[in-house]
Ligand binder design. Structure first.
Ligand SMILES: Nc1ncnc2c1ncn2[C@@H]1O[C@H](COP(=O)(O)OP(=O)(O)OP(=O)(O)O)[C@@H](O)[C@H]1O
Ligand SMILES: [Mg+2]
Length: 340
């Protein structure tokens, strides 16, 4: 029986954990898609970093996947998404609720958005456990203590009885991670989880996430605008610009062989830790809004290489190993050759 299943069905373990094949959506009555054809995937045990400037749609895309966008405000144009090889329906709110917190968990920049100031942290973690499992109150509390220990909170039994405001920012972030991981999710989406913390605490939290990932084999999507964080933890990177993934691929390809002009701009704005101090260059201009979105390539208004053809939708160019860029002129070497 088991053999038949294994032979006949496409093996779910061969499929990516989360496979976003196309996600397009807008808000209100605007015809312009805020997210347009967003595509990325993450495997079990792997970290995908989604990187891009403020306002480019990083949070909106993950909130959409969690089913947490304000109901009625967002209009989903297309959502071809698989979770463990199975169709993942953004319109099926009941299914999204079942997934949320159990298979897929999310942590946010500011822990107070997830923690309720009026309840003891132990009770909040225990409640996350009972929401998805048929366990006694005592079992849920035991699990909460275990989770606090796993996120390296000293004296977890005593901390159980504290309120969020009694904890430091770093401790609160640990509690939020404990709550997110209480049900052993297969996928963790972390939206700028360390931005609000000072640098030392920031690297402790990143180390913690990495250790927990090694222990549990969960896949992680880390949203950040910090390329230092990306360099430290990413297996794969998706570069987002104005609601599109302009480039994606293995981290080494993105850092050492970027192909999209936006990625190249981002890389040159990365402060160097070694060597002579260079002036921090940034990509001039700002991310367009839905009102100012150019036709064709969304980066064309800021791109130093833009040509008339960029007013047309750019093609997806592939360079092997999953490295791809959304640009008429990628790979850039080609373009340089052509214009030489
Ligand atoms: N509920 C909403 N209704 C209308 N527009 C929205 C809504 N939520 C977000 N937006 C718009 O979507 C765009 C993308 O926002 P998003 O929060 O995803 O950006 P981000 O990439 O996460 O930026 P940051 O790095 O600042 O967190 C912004 O222009 C924002 O104003
Ligand atoms: Mg955001």
């Amino acid at each position: 029986m088991v053999l038949t299943l294994v032979q006949s069905a496409p093996s779910p373990s061969a499929a990516p954990l989360l496979d976003v094949r196309a996600l397009s959506l807008g808000f209100g009555t605007s015809k312009t898609r805020l997210l347009d054809g967003v595509r990325y995937s993450v495997e079990a045990g792997e970290t995908l970093c989604i990187v891009g400037e403020s306002g480019c749609g990083k949070s909106v895309s993950s909130l959409a996947i969690m089913g947490l966008l304000p109901q009625g405000a967002a209009h989903i144009h297309e959502a071809d998404i698989r979770f463990r090889g199975e169709r993942y329906d953004l319109n099926d709110m009941a299914a999204l609720r079942r997934h949320r917190g159990a298979d897929i968990a999310m942590i946010f920049q500011e822990p107070m958005t997830s923690l309720n100031p009026a309840f003891k942290v132990g009770d909040q973690i225990a409640e996350a456990v009972t929401a998805h499992n048929d366990v006694s109150e005592a079992q849920a509390r035991d699990r909460a203590v275990e989770m606090l220990r796993r996120v390296r909170i000293p004296a977890p039994e005593a901390r159980m009885n504290e309120y969020p405001h009694q904890l430091s920012g770093g401790m609160r972030q640990r509690v939020m991670i404990a709550m997110a991981l209480a049900n052993d999710p297969a996928l963790l989406i972390a939206d700028e989880p360390t931005t609000a913390l000072d640098v030392t605490i920031q690297s402790q939290i990143l180390d913690l996430i990495r250790d927990l990932q090694a222990e549990t084999g969960m896949g992680t999507i880390m949203i950040t605008h910090d390329l230092g964080v990306v360099a430290e933890i990413a297996d794969n990177v998706a570069v987002m610009y104005a609601g599109t993934i302009v480039e994606a691929g293995p981290a080494d390809a993105i850092f050492n062989d970027p192909q999209h002009p936006y990625t190249i701009g981002l890389m040159s704005s990365m402060p160097r830790l070694t060597g002579p101090r260079e002036r921090l260059t940034t990509v001039p201009g700002t991310v367009p809004t839905v009102e100012t979105m150019p036709a064709g390539c969304r980066f064309s208004t800021r791109c130093p290489f833009a040509q008339p053809v960029c007013a047309e939708t750019p093609p997806q160019r592939e360079f092997g190993r999953g490295h791809r860029a959304l640009c008429h002129f990628a790979p850039l070497d080609d373009r340089l050759e052509r214009s030489a």
